[in-house]
Design a protein around this ligand. Structure first.
Ligand code: BDR
Ligand code: CA
Length: 320
């Protein structure tokens, strides 16, 4: 059993990461913290609660994390994920939004306690899976450096070459480069699933056929996957939309499905041209020590099998 804490900014693909983490029989999802990114942190938190509640997983605790980057405000991504951050094709939220609790519990002590208690009980590291900017993870590691020994991080973010928000920068890292720098310098066991990998995991006709639209839940998932297909076609020239975030969860489940390379990765924090670039030293040309396991390739057919199995498990619980 893998014990996971998910830190995310839902977001369409973050919602799929929540579904695989909540419904995989080999995952114990301890809790979710949210961060601003695809939308404001109020909206990403509401979206995390909405997706869990429509599939009968409202018992999984969701904590509202940081609403801005460490040193700056954070630009949101309404042009990709819509006004709610999880819009459907009609421009309304895909899932009914819940009223937030009267009092939000502070995320940092809750996350720290859950991780340390589980690590103590199991004698194993807890996986922190990050699918948004690394702001919460950086604060956790800064405020509680001892936690470094008790976690492994799998993150979706960065690129070895071509970026998606800048020529060489990827959204999650560019949103908070200082936080990313703290995480990459922390010495934590770190694995990164970059754009080069997630751009090979496409919701193509075969995948969409397998999901189908023959139940309200399946129709919602199809709408979710197709939501940004137009944007991906127009801006990036993709025939089919990629799915990013669940790959960071899948890395925890099945690392053998990934080809990886250990290397030095530095975060560009000052250049105007390449702010937020994950500078990957593939050939070990710098004097810096390797600090990250970078995924280079994934067997995506095996991923889709697992993802679709989790959707099948979620389906009977759906109340739409
Ligand atoms: C990342 O950016 C976000 O919009 C997605 O949710 C994903 O985490 C891809 O660059
Ligand atoms: Ca995300």
């Amino acid at each position: 059993m893998k014990n996971i804490w998910l830190d995310c900014d839902p977001g369409h693909d973050d919602a799929m990461a929540i579904l695989i983490a909540a419904f995989h029989p080999s995952i114990n999802l301890l809790g979710i913290s949210t961060v601003a990114g695809n939308q404001s942190v109020e909206k990403t938190t509401a979206n995390a609660r909405a997706i869990l509640s429509v599939v009968g997983k409202g018992n999984i605790p969701v904590f509202r994390g940081q609403g801005a980057a460490l040193l700056s405000p954070m630009p949101f991504c309404a042009e990709i994920h819509g006004e709610s951050g999880l819009d459907g094709p009609d421009g309304n939220p895909l899932f009914p939004l819940q009223a937030p609790p009267e009092m939000e519990q502070p995320w940092l002590p809750a996350m720290k306690e859950a991780i340390l208690q589980t690590a103590r009980e199991t004698g194993e590291a807890v996986w922190l899976v990050c699918t948004g900017s690394l702001t919460n993870a950086a604060l956790l590691l800064t405020m509680h450096p001892e936690i470094c020994q008790h976690i492994k991080i799998s993150l979706m973010g960065g690129a070895m070459g071509i970026g998606n928000t800048g020529p060489v920068a990827e959204f999650n890292i560019e949103n908070d480069p200082e936080a990313a720098h703290i995480v990459f310098e922390s010495g934590v066991d770190l694995s990164m699933v970059p754009l080069e990998v997630t751009h090979t995991v496409l919701a193509d006709e075969e995948v969409l056929d397998r999901i189908g639209t023959h139940s309200p839940f399946r129709k919602k998932i199809t709408d979710l996957l197709l939501f940004f297909s137009e944007t991906y076609k127009r801006v990036f020239g993709f025939d089919h939309p990629p799915l990013h975030d669940p790959l960071a969860v899948y890395f925890v489940l099945n690392p053998e499905a990934f080809s990886c390379r250990e290397m030095r990765v530095d975060i560009e924090r000052s250049s105007v041209l390449s702010l937020g670039q994950t500078v990957c030293d593939y050939y070990g040309r710098s004097s810096g020590k390797a600090n990250c396991r970078v995924a280079l390739k994934v067997e995506f057919a095996a991923f889709w099998d697992e993802m679709l199995d989790c959707l099948e498990r979620a389906e009977p619980h759906y109340v739409g």
